[in-house]
Ligand binder design. Sequence first.
Ligand code: 4NP
Length: 156
Amino acid sequence: MTRILFVCLGNICRSPAAEAVLRQKALARGAALEIASAGTGGWHQGDGADARMIVAAARRGYSLDAHRARQVLFSDFYEFDYLLAMDMRNRADLLDMAPPDRDCDIRLFLDFAGGATRETPDPYYGGPEGFERVLDLLEAGAEGFLSHLAGDAPAR
Ligand code: 4NP
């Protein structure tokens, strides 16, 4: 089974939403995946997802109710096949932390979407439209990533 860890900064907005979107789309395609998420920062450890993201995701049928934030662990670099970063900073932080014998691919999630947008922008300090934009990007990313896993779409 392919194991996927989504990574953002706080693990309360983007990566929990990515986790929920991919889980639902994988289920619809019958793809067996283990999916989790974490943050490079630990300020929100143990918190639920951001209330604004819970509401925006629920409107599209994704539940973030059970989410609890956690920070990236050293063991994640061995226990997951893909560490999928939301933005360049998340990816750079992961590459800085990564042990030399890591056993995972560290990638920008949206590079699987096939579009020009490579980063999922942080919606935390913005308005409600930012959360919708994140969900639009994550849905495209999830479709592209599942096609990549199925072997029918090249990734950047
Ligand atoms: P996330 O959003 O990385 O998508 O979960 C953020 C959440 C919290 C903070 C920054 C970004 N923060 O600074 O607390």
